[in-house]
Write a protein that binds this ligand. Sequence first.
Ligand code: NDP
Length: 451
Amino acid sequence: MSDFDYDLFVIGGGSGGVRAARMAAQTGARVALAEEYRLGGTCVIRGCVPKKLMVFASEYGEMVSDARAYGWDIADGTFDWGRFRGQLDAELDRLEGVYRRLLEGSEVTVHDGRARVTGPHEVRVADTTFSAKHILVATGGRPALPEMENAELGITSNDIFKLDALPESILIVGGGYIACEFACILHGLGVEVTQFYRGAQILRGFDGEARGLIAEEMQQRGIDLHLGTNVIGMMPEGTGVRVKATNGSERVYDKVMFATGRTPNTDGLGLEEAGVALGRRGEVVVDDYSQTRVPSIYAIGDVTDRVQLTPVAIREGMAFADTVFRGQPTPVDHALIPSAIFTQPEMGTVGLSEEDAREAGPIEVYCTSFKPMNTAFAGRPDRVLMKLVVCAETRRVLGCHIVSPGAGEMIQLAGIAVKMGATKEDFDRTVAVHPTVSEELVTMRAPVRTA
Ligand code: NDP
């Protein structure tokens, strides 16, 4: 029996923290977890899950008009935000309960309160100090507001799920995952959406051709996207916000939403006082095993600002438990992580963009863009894109980029092949599934470019 109250004290009950706590407890370790808000964290309570449910809700408008084109006699409906929000709140309550039961079933002691590290082996929650052999920081991140006068007039993705009513108009600032996803969602729900992005093209870092098509599709659907544009000033006006922009425009929006990046949650946690090193953005600095400079303190997930994705935090949590509680030192493999952006159309991506691959050596690019059968029949101009970036020497597929309805589902499967090191010829040897959109991935014969 150790001298500590617990073998592991986890701070933060999001996807990463909960998984690490359960995995450690399964080895017989005595585990506690503190959460200051709601179990489930960003992904379940104010991120991926409610966002995806809003994506589903926002897609029904187009489905109804498509159904008419397919011969169904359906009247236009209206979207009832209040009814949806009630259902959404109930679903999130249910999921939070699932997380609590999972922890309790694994015999993890849950402390509902804010924890602070008070030493290499000490955590304080409210008035009680607990000792622990190991501490795991899994406190995630929060939306960052830009440094600008009156920035607090804007809302963030955290607030969207709690709106009493949908605004008539919204300005979304930013060009990353969150800005683009919410621009599409809110547009689909009937909100008049304007989006400002300060750079030359949205979704910086992703494949150029794919970004271009998404921007085009968003504009064609009716999102008023302004590139190379940022907010200069904001003033309250009535119940809205008057915004002056670098493109010379000035108008009042019902709401302004900032999706300008996320900040690691390390403020007031006592980490630096305990000897833990923090990076420039406040992130916890860790090694390949998620260990900080203080040997007893580890950190996983968004608070480490490595790859801000739920499944990555979960992997890091499992690798931590293997390393510390199963005696199997396990680094997390951050290479070739497939991911999806739930814009309309979706993007699924794994590996290198054409631009990054070109830097690494000679490549062949296979790409096709076309109007898919489903929406073309309904008279919509939507296009999809299938793209493979191939190493000219090894023939390995270095990157796969898909812009299409269902791209998130497709890339999960294509990601297996790419992770296995599949070559272009392996893709070619695979018989097409016909008629599908994704069959194009195995039928592209000649490169469109070499570089
Ligand atoms: P991102 O870092 O992806 O995007 C931030 C955006 O805001 C960029 O376009 C950036 O511009 C812009 N920006 C930053 N500061 C300012 C400023 N002061 N003024 C104007 N614009 C600014 O962050 P997000 O908040 O969109 O997402 C955070 C993370 O969450 C992502 O990295 C992703 O890992 C994760 N996520 C994943 C999702 C998924 O898997 N589907 C969905 C949602 C989030 P610039 O490009 O010029 O820097």
